[in-house]
Design a protein around this ligand. Structure first.
Ligand SMILES: Nc1ncnc2c1ncn2[C@@H]1O[C@H](COP(=O)(O)OP(=O)(O)OP(=O)(O)O)[C@@H](O)[C@H]1O
Ligand SMILES: [Mg+2]
Length: 246
């Protein structure tokens, strides 16, 4: 069984070839980390998988279903969730309220702005469970804008999980974090249930090796290497790219 198949995907923005001939597959439960320098096409690939952009050519299959041209919400309903490179939270709401909103989105509950959040009883219970599960109880009633940046990135991951996705796409969840905060995010990802397939973008090779079952390296819109830690460490082209020689 293949969870995700990327087959010869290209994406052009005007004259810019952001992706060229990208192909790989993921098995269910696999943790694949995508490495690559700025502008390599990593986020663009995420957009084509989540539906925030449509591939110019090629095919994307999710558990056997062709999703290449589906709208983002249709892909989300199939079990695909993502975070963004820039945090995508409601800063003026509390941690609990953000989680309630994520649960409402996941359950397709129509959210009425004039109705107090406390009126959504079962969702409040589910939110309390999520807060407990992720040790967020102490910050539940803090405004999100008052959290540290590291806590905000963790909350984003928790919100993406509210829909119980089969595939989770994480775009640089450790970007801008201190080493201690990075460790917490790495731990969190490693503790996620093994039935969730995870595709994660990371800049730092050592962080990538902490999380990955397998690594894909992108450069200038193409995959230039894939393999396990040893294969990537010993790949001359990958070290040249990282040293800026290519
Ligand atoms: N909406 C867009 N319009 C035009 N060009 C774009 C657009 N989005 C991305 N690009 C271009 O596509 C290429 C790949 O960008 P992308 O953001 O996917 O790279 P990335 O690997 O995620 O980089 P970073 O590590 O900086 O996040 C870049 O040359 C970028 O300028
Ligand atoms: Mg990016």
């Amino acid at each position: 069984m293949i969870a995700l198949a990327i087959d010869d995907v290209a994406k052009n923005y005007g004259g810019v070839a952001a992706l060229r001939g990208v192909s790989f597959t993921m098995t269910p439960g696999e943790r694949l980390v995508m490495l690559g320098p700025n502008g390599a096409g990593k986020t663009t690939l995420f957009h084509t998988i989540s539906g925030n952009a449509i591939a110019s050519s090629g095919r994307i299959t999710f558990f056997g279903q062709d999703i290449t041209r589906l709208a983002p919400d249709a892909r989300a309903r199939l079990g695909l969730a993502r975070t963004f490179q820039i945090t995508n939270l409601f800063g003026n709401l509390t941690v609990r309220q953000n989680i309630v909103l994520a649960l409402c989105g996941a359950r397709k509950t129509t959210f009425k702005f004039m109705r107090p959040l406390s009126a959504y009883g079962d969702i409040q219970t589910a939110a309390a469970e999520q807060l407990d599960r992720w040790n967020l109880g102490a910050s539940a009633d803090l405004l999100v804008r008052n959290l540290s940046y590291g806590e905000q990135r963790q909350l984003e991951v928790v919100m993406a999980l509210c829909g119980e996705p089969k595939l989770l796409l994480l775009d640089e969840p450790t970007a801008g974090l201190s080493p201690a905060e990075t460790l917490r995010v790495v731990d969190m990802v490693r503790q996620l249930p093994r039935d969730i397939t995870i595709l994660l973008i990371e800049h730092d090779m050592e962080v990538a090796f902490e999380i990955a079952d397998r690594i894909v390296v992108m450069h200038q819109g193409q995959i230039v290497a894939q393999g396990d830690e040893a294969e990537i460490r010993n790949n001359k082209q990958v070290s040249d790219i990282y040293l800026g020689l290519e």
